[in-house]
Design a binder for this molecule. Structure first.
Ligand SMILES: *Cc1c(COP(=O)(O)O)cnc(C)c1O
Length: 389
């Protein structure tokens, strides 16, 4: 059955009980499923019968996870992947042909950028980029070969916001498939399908797991598009493991309370940083000073858990800040219970020229904080002592 409220769907969408009447869904660690007879096998393979055949296609645990995400995003169907990048790659590979063209925001996750620049061109698939702060240039990039419009919002690591209603209307006008990577917001804060997206991708590794344990990805959306992605994936093998699906299904039960607290802490961290003399600016979607504050308020329930700020003193000051951190983690993940601090200019984006970094809003002193669930006073105390060191 269907419930009206997000939190209830996240908790009460579950597998049918077995004869043991278990309360929580069991874990189905099985690679395949048995057929009763030759006729059952024929009907299953011809898809006259909807049932599990092999865990690369479907498994009860991955189906439960996908069903929950579909209800939370308002999507028709979906498919779960081993990682967020498997979801991104399989979505593009399944839907695009040689010669097709993508229009994408310039600020996208690093590996997605590598997919667009290094790998998709092998199949003559090209990409044009728009600056997230110049959305009126998007339409000028569209060609007769453009098939997909792609964006992430909020962006990584600069926390810019892109207007989803605007993307939805452009996609509709030009008959493009709008694909949104909704990883930073989670379905709790933002549901792109309501704004006209055809497909929504998540790295479940981040806030959906939220506890830094497992990798996962998922694509949900319009049924005919998901069908293409499913057929591609069941034959090429990027499926999520049943174990990870079981962990992630449990994680979704607490998504709303965790994300509420993440956002409450992140807003307090952002407000603290705004008053600190060693910080030249702070960017957080729900701070009034954010350039797209009004858009953020319109499309997001809360501001998310990522705060970006600029330490005065450039690259050296950023590096020094990172070295002075005592409690927060220096780690490549985000959306964990543990607060994570990164300095892109000296680490993840150090190979880019200053000019290329600025194209994606990565200034020399930019620090990204993924605010966790520790007591916010301890997080603020750590950032404060590191700024003053
Ligand atoms: C982490 C991330 C991904 C990739 O997810 P993995 O699970 O690490 O493969 C894709 N998009 C965004 C926005 C991310 O933050």
């Amino acid at each position: 059955m269907s419930y009206k409220k997000f939190e209830t769907e996240a908790i009460r969408t579950q597998l049918e009980r077995t004869e043991f009447l278990e309360h929580s869904s069991p874990l189905y660690l099985t690679s395949s499923f048995v057929f009763e007879d030759a006729e059952d096998m024929r009907a299953s393979f011809s898809e006259e019968k909807q049932r599990n055949i092999y865990s690369r296609f479907t498994n009860p645990n991955t189906s439960e996870f996908v069903e929950k995400i579909c209800k939370m995003e308002g999507a028709e169907s979906g498919y779960a992947f081993a990682t967020g990048m498997a979801a991104v790659f399989s979505t593009f590979a399944a839907l695009l042909d040689s010669g097709d063209h993508i229009v994408s925001a310039r600020s996208v996750f690093g590996s997605t950028h590598a997919l667009f620049t290094k790998f998709l061109p092998k199949w003559q698939i090209s990409t044009s980029y728009f600056n997230v702060n110049e959305p009126d240039t998007i339409e000028s990039l569209i060609t007769p070969k453009t098939k997909i419009l792609f964006a992430e919002t909020p962006t990584n690591p600069a926390v810019d916001i892109i207007d989803l209603d605007l993307l939805g209307s452009i996609a509709k006008k030009h008959n493009l498939i709008l694909v949104i990577d909704n990883c930073f917001a989670t379905p709790y804060l933002q549901q792109p399908i309501k704004h006209g997206a055809h497909l929504v991708i998540h790295s479940a590794t981040k806030l959906i797991d939220g506890q830094g344990r497992v990798l996962g990805g998922v694509t949900v959306g319009q049924a005919d598009l998901v069908r293409e992605i499913y057929l591609f994936s069941r034959n090429t093998g990027p499926a999520m493991s049943p174990f990870n699906a079981w962990v992630l299904s449990k994680s979704l039960e607490t998504l709303s309370v965790r994300v509420d607290k993440h956002c409450e802490n992140a807003l307090k961290v952002a407000e603290f940083l705004e008053t600190h003399p060693k910080v030249s600016w702070v960017k957080y979607p729900f701070l009034k000073s954010h350039p797209q504050y009004e858009v953020a308020k319109k499309q997001m329930k809360l501001g998310g858990n990522i705060v970006a700020f600029e330490v005065k003193g450039g690259i050296e000051a950023g590096r020094q800040f990172l070295n002075s951190i005592k409690m927060c983690s220096l780690s490549a993940n985000l959306g964990d219970t543990r607060t994570i601090v990164t300095h892109p200019a000296s680490t993840t984006h150090s190979k880019l020229s200053e000019e290329d970094r600025l194209e994606v809003s990565i200034t020399d002193g930019l620090v990204r904080v993924s605010v966790g669930l520790e007591h916010v006073d301890d997080v603020i105390a750590d950032l404060k002592q590191a700024l003053e060191n």
